[in-house]
Design a protein around this ligand. Structure first.
Ligand code: AMP
Ligand code: MN
Ligand code: MN
Ligand code: MN
Length: 286
């Protein structure tokens, strides 16, 4: 029964790098049949009360959410927090510190891009930014598609914005232990986002999961728009093996850019325990 709830616990609004407002994301989720929703903007909780109110207006259950950028073993890893108290001050301060370096990083990215002939990228990216505190690579990519450098966002990432490419700037995000602690001490559950997407060796991946668990992390995304079907199985097995709760989320950003729409993913495999079972007491009902 609980497994078949249409839960979408990972998506973005224009409070981070999505293009729709929290209200528009809520309406789209509801239209697509989502019954339990969480807006998980990058390093931000500024959209939480709007998202919750919009969800409740539509009769949809809500869990607070955010996707925190973390540096682990030199790689960027994302940790989704769900069901925390969105008024918690330590969480708010931690997220503010995590976002804090984004503007300088963006200026450095623009300077790098300038050197390979991409002019005015900082100002160009800013045109797409909904929240001045949260300028991301996605905003640069939108601008670079606009000026015709690439046809699609993914091409911009491949050619410019990833490790070893001319617009990539290394960045130190939050520590894994801090992110897990901010979420957990605010009453929420920490979840490893889209593990299939990281460039980790099997040993590093094992270290990520074991450290995450030792730090109090409880969940892993199994069915996500960022995983292939074989990865659903791989991470369902890992969730069972490591006794982690399983999450499900589209990682929706925009109607045209995102290949997975809100609420359209398959159900979690039957052998896992859904994260929302452990969060029943944190669900905000209309
Ligand atoms: P940032 O937090 O500024 O490093 O930006 C990370 C965001 O870039 C992710 O959350 C995705 O939305 C987006 N992104 C990363 N890689 C790709 C890709 N290959 N194609 C499209 N978007 C991507
Ligand atoms: Mn994103
Ligand atoms: Mn992510
Ligand atoms: Mn995401």
């Amino acid at each position: 029964m609980m497994l078949t709830v249409n839960a979408d616990l990972h998506c973005h609004s224009n409070v981070s790098d999505g293009t729709l407002s929290p209200e528009e994301v809520a309406a789209r989720a509801h239209r697509n049949g989502v019954e339990l929703w969480s807006l998980t903007d990058h390093d931000e909780i500024g959209g939480q009360s709007r998202a919750r109110e919009a969800a409740h207006q539509l009769g949809m259950n809500y869990l607070s959410g955010s996707e925190i950028s973390v540096t682990f073993a030199g790689e960027t890893v994302h940790i989704v927090g769900l069901g925390f108290d969105a008024t918690d001050t330590e969480l708010a301060q931690g997220l503010a510190a995590t976002r804090g370096g984004r503007e300088q990083r963006a200026r450095n990215m623009a300077a790098d891009l300038e050197r390979v002939g991409v002019h005015g990228a900082f100002e160009g990216a800013l045109k797409y930014v909904g929240n001045p505190d949260l300028i991301s690579r996605t905003h640069f990519a939108r601008y670079m598609v606009e000026i015709g450098l690439c046809k699609e966002l993914s091409d911009v990432f491949k050619r410019y914005l990833t490790e070893g490419k001319p617009g990539y700037v290394r960045h130190q995000w939050a520590k894994l232990g801090d992110a897990v602690r901010w979420i957990t001490e605010a009453g929420g559950v920490a979840v490893i986002a889209h593990p299939g997407r990281y460039d980790l060796t099997p040993n590093e991946e094992f270290a990520l999961f074991t450290e995450f668990k030792a730090l109090g992390g409880l969940g892993v995304e199994v069915v996500t728009g960022s995983h292939t079907v074989p990865e659903y199985q791989k991470y369902a097995d890992l969730a069972c093996e490591l006794d982690l709760l399983a999450s499900r989320g589209s990682d929706f950003h925009d109607p045209r850019e995102s290949h997975t729409d809100l609420g359209t993913l398959p159900a979690l495999p039957k052998r896992v325990t859904p994260v929302w079972e452990a969060l029943a007491h944190r669900i905000q009902r209309p």
